[in-house]
Design a protein around this ligand. Structure first.
Ligand SMILES: CC(C)(COP(=O)(O)OP(=O)(O)OC[C@H]1O[C@@H](n2cnc3c(N)ncnc32)[C@H](O)[C@@H]1OP(=O)(O)O)[C@@H](O)C(=O)NCCC(=O)NCCS
Length: 144
């Protein structure tokens, strides 16, 4: 089941986010409840197993964060969250969805390719990582 999160759900998001290699801080997560953002929670029984954070500006959506609990990965939840955000963007008549992903994150890139996205650019050394810097891969899904 999917639901739209509010600021009261911050601790649920933070619990899932803590599993990331480079997790956002609680303040970064909290700032995503400002207007224009859409935060979706994916539930399995009574537990949140994943979330997505998108922002819409005019007719463009940008996916800022997507995460599934480590013990629940590889079960199709990522695909469910991607299908949900694509459906929402189509319903809002968006023309495109953008996202950025670390070049080393082949799992996420595999999911995005499978969801119809393609690479449209690279930002050299955009992300700080544990042993220096790495590129951001910019991907887009055209809806028009
Ligand atoms: C990226 C992430 C959200 C994928 O979620 P998931 O629930 O495991 O994904 P799914 O089970 O729906 O798999 C969807 C596709 O992703 C790809 N994928 C999943 N696990 C993979 C793996 N271990 N290696 C390579 N590709 C993989 C495959 O293309 C898969 O499709 P398939 O099962 O038909 O082959 C999850 O791994 C995650 O939370 N990672 C940490 C956070 C993160 O990196 N977020 C992205 C930030 S941009």
């Amino acid at each position: 089941m999917l639901s739209t999160a509010s600021k009261a759900d911050l601790s649920l998001l933070a619990h899932v986010e803590a599993s990331q290699h480079y997790p956002w801080t609680d303040n970064q997560l909290a700032s995503c409840f400002d207007s224009g953002y859409r935060v979706r929670l994916l539930w399995q029984d009574d537990e949140v197993v994943g979330f997505s954070i998108c922002q819409r500006v005019l007719d463009e959506s940008t996916l800022f964060n997507l995460c599934v609990l480590p013990q629940c990965r590889g079960l199709g939840y990522g695909k469910v969250l991607m299908a949900d955000l694509i459906e929402d963007a189509k319903a809002a008549s968006d023309s495109v969805i953008f996202l950025e992903v670390r070049a080393s994150n082949q799992t996420a890139i595999g999911l995005y390719l499978k969801s119809g996205f393609s690479e449209v650019g690279r930002r050299k050394g955009y992300y700080r990582c544990h042993d220096g810097r790495e590129d951001a891969v910019v991907m887009a899904l055209s809806l028009s």
